[in-house]
Design a protein around this ligand. Structure first.
Ligand code: ZN
Length: 306
C-alpha cells in the first residue's frame, strides 16, 4: 500500500502518529508518545516533527501532514481557543510552527472533526450518508457529517454537543464556564465525580465500568450502574435534541466513555428513542469502529483534501 500522508493526533495525554495509505492506516505504522503537556507548545511541535521523521524513514518523499488537535482551529491552523489541558495551547500557531519545522504544508483540524472524517471514510460511516459524531471522554465533542464532508461552521465550533444544555438538571458548571451543559454531566470526569459524591470513593472510569459490569447479582455495584446510566441518559436526550435539529442518518459514538460498551450504549439508545421526535427517533446509534485511531486517520485524510 502506497504511503500518501501522515496523520497526527495531539491529545492532552497522548500523541499518536500513523501513515495513511490508499486503503487506510498502514498496519503497524502507528506510534504513540506521552504528550509533554506542561513544557510549552514548542516541545510538542519538536516531538511531532520527530514522529513524522521516524515514520518517513530516510530518503522518502515528503508526505502530506495533517494534525488533529483539541480546541477551535483557525483557518491557518492556529489554536483559537482550547482548555488548559495543554499549557499554552490557546493562541498557539500550531500549523505555521509545524510548517516551519517540516518545510512543507501542514493542515490542522479539530480532533473530533478528524475522528468524524476517519469514521466517514474508513469506519462505520462508510455506509452512512450523514451522521452526528460524538466523542465522549474527558470532554464531550461533536461533529456533523453530511454531503461528504463535516460541517466546521463559521467559527469552527459546529457540532459542539457538549456545550449545549442538558435538560432538567440542577445547574453544574461546565469546563467552558457556563452552567448546565451536557459535558458537565456526561463526560468521563463527570461520571467519576458522581460516583465519588455518592460513595465517597474516588475511582477511575475504567474501575467504575468494571464494577457496573459485575452486575448486582454478581456482587456488582448498584451505584456504578446508576452513575453510568444517568450520564448515558443525559447524553441520549441531548442527542435527541441535536437530531431533532439536524435529522441525520445516524449517530456514531466514540471516546473513552463509549468504550464502556453495551451497558452504556443501551442506556443512551433508550433515552434517545424516548426523547427524539418520531422521525429521528428511528436513527441508529452506532459505536465508532476506528477507536482511538479515528483522529489519526482523519487528520491524515484531511491533509490529502484539496
Ligand atoms: Zn460548556
Amino acid at each position: 500500500m502506497m504511503a500518501l500522508a501522515i496523520g497526527i493526533d495531539i491529545g492532552g495525554t497522548k500523541m499518536s502518529a500513523g501513515v495513511i495509505g490508499s486503503r487506510g492506516l498502514v498496519d503497524g505504522s502507528v506510534i504513540t508518545e506521552d504528550t509533554p503537556a506542561f513544557t510549552g507548545p514548542e516541545t510538542i511541535v519538536a516531538l511531532a516533527v520527530e514522529m513524522v521523521n521516524s515514520l518517513e524513514g530516510v530518503g522518502d518523499a515528503s508526505l502530506a501532514v495533517g494534525v488533529g488537535s483539541a480546541g477551535v482551529i483557525g483557518a491557518d491552523g492556529s489554536i483559537l481557543s482550547a482548555t488548559n489541558s495543554i499549557r499554552g495551547w490557546q493562541g498557539f500557531e500550531l500549523g505555521p510552527s509545524m510548517m516551519k519545522e517540516l518545510g512543507r504544508p501542514v493542515r490542522v483540524i479539530n480532533d473530533v472533526h478528524a475522528a468524524a472524517l476517519g469514521e466517514a471514510r474508513l469506519g462505520i460511516g462508510k455506509s452512512l450518508e450523514s451522521f452526528l459524531m460524538v466523542t465522549v471522554g474527558t470532554g464531550v465533542g461533536g461533529a456533523i457529517y453530511r454531503n461528504g464532508q463535516f460541517l466546521a461552521g463559521v467559527s469552527g465550533t459546529a457540532g459542539s454537543l457538549g456545550h449545549t444544555a442538558a435538560r432538567n438538571q440542577l445547574p453544574r458548571v461546565c469546563t467552558c464556564g457556563q452552567a448546565g451543559h451536557i459535558e458537565a454531566y456526561a463526560s468521563g470526569p463527570a461520571i467519576e465525580q458522581a460516583y465519588a459524591d455518592a460513595t465517597g470513593r474516588k475511582f477511575r472510569l475504567k474501575e467504575i465500568a468494571a464494577l457496573a459490569a459485575g452486575g448486582e447479582h454478581l456482587g456488582g455495584d448498584v451505584v456504578a450502574c446508576e452513575v453510568i446510566h444517568s450520564a448515558a441518559a443525559i447524553l441520549g436526550v441531548g442527542l435527541a435534541d441535536a437530531m431533532n435539529l439536524e435529522d441525520l442518518d445516524a449517530v456514531v459514538i466514540g471516546g473513552g466513555v463509549a468504550s464502556i460498551g453495551e451497558l452504556y450504549l443501551e442506556a443512551v439508545r433508550a433515552a434517545y428513542a424516548a426523547a427524539a421526535l418520531p422521525g429521528p427517533s428511528r436513527a441508529a446509534i452506532h459505536s465508532a469502529t476506528l477507536g482511538p485511531l479515528a483522529t489519526v486517520a482523519g487528520a491524515g485524510l484531511y491533509a490529502l483534501q484539496e
